[in-house]
Design a binder for this molecule. Structure first.
Ligand code: NAP
Length: 243
């Protein structure tokens, strides 16, 4: 494995994944959309540690921008060996009947179509080499459904279906497609939760704590590694045993 492309890599879980791969000596292509300052700061930090890293700005929901991003990554680092589809958004919690069509579209544009755009753009080079690893970030809500998170749960369930089907389609080409379903992870996405909300949630987590972005990054690293060469089409819950 020489090069990884991580979508939404400037913040949160994506940032921890970028740090993990950089620490392991992999060329790290970090996609960001809005978080230019965070991306530049992360690049500076990783370069100071001797990592090979470059930033690529693109909205994953924009097919043209995604094609250009993949071309630019190829020009910078060569073929992409690992794609981590991490970029994602959620709506504020609320009952399904209050969710607007625009809100639903926004979530699906990023969490489903964005992930498909990036995957489609990277597949040809993986097929040509008959190797590659695609790792999609879903959510436990995509596995078991979350009340007041119906649209997000639906989008993340689509990611799971996509993973299972694409793994079958790309297996003969030597490409592994897997998925991680994180539980509650300590990032900006959960910045609205109070200390009490998190303590309540953790009552249902056998390991008794909220997850760290690094917990997810370690699982991504495993699925990208040679240790996972015979694993494909799987959904790995990183949720402290919650479901
Ligand atoms: P976060 O801190 O809110 O970060 C979201 C990331 O997605 C940012 O890097 C953001 O990039 C990127 N992103 C959003 N829209 C994008 C777009 N249109 N194009 C490119 N990048 C875009 O959230 P997080 O917790 O790290 O979440 C990362 C992934 O894990 C998401 O798929 C999320 O659904 C999933 N997840 C999170 C949790 C959790 O509890 N935190 C649990 C289960 C699953 P910019 O800031 O540059 O726009």
């Amino acid at each position: 494995m020489k090069t990884v492309l991580i979508t939404g890599g400037a913040r949160g879980i994506g940032r921890a994944i970028a740090e993990k791969f950089a620490d392991m000596g992999i060329n790290v292509a970090i996609n960001y959309n809005r978080s230019k300052d965070e991306a530049e700061l992360l690049k500076k930090t990783l370069l100071e540690k001797g990592a090979k890293v470059e930033l690529f700005c693109a909205d994953v929901a924009d097919t043209v921008a995604v094609s250009k991003m993949v071309e630019d990554v190829n020009s910078t680092f060569g073929d992409i060996d690992v794609l981590v589809n991490n970029a994602g958004i959620a709506l504020p919690q609320g009952v399904f009947t209050d969710v607007t069509e625009a809100g639903t579209k926004k979530v699906f544009d990023v969490d489903v179509f964005g992930l498909m755009n990036c995957t489609k753009a990277v597949i040809p080079q993986m097929v040509r080499k008959k190797s590659g690893k695609i790792i999609n970030i879903s959510s436990i809500w995509g596995v078991c459904g979350g009340s007041c998170e119906v649209v997000y749960s639906s989008a993340k369930a689509a990611v799971i279906g996509f993973t299972k089907a694409l793994a079958k389609e790309l297996g003969p080409s030597g490409i592994n497609v897997n998925c991680i379903a994180p539980g509650l992870i300590d990032t900006d996405m959960n910045g609205h939760l109070s200390k009490e909300d998190i303590e309540d949630f953790c009552q249902d987590v056998p390991l008794g704590r909220i997850g760290k972005a690094e917990d997810v990054a370690n699982a991504v690293w495993f699925l990208a590694s040679g240790g996972a060469d015979y694993i494909t089409g799987q959904i790995l819950n990183v949720d402290g045993g919650m479901i």
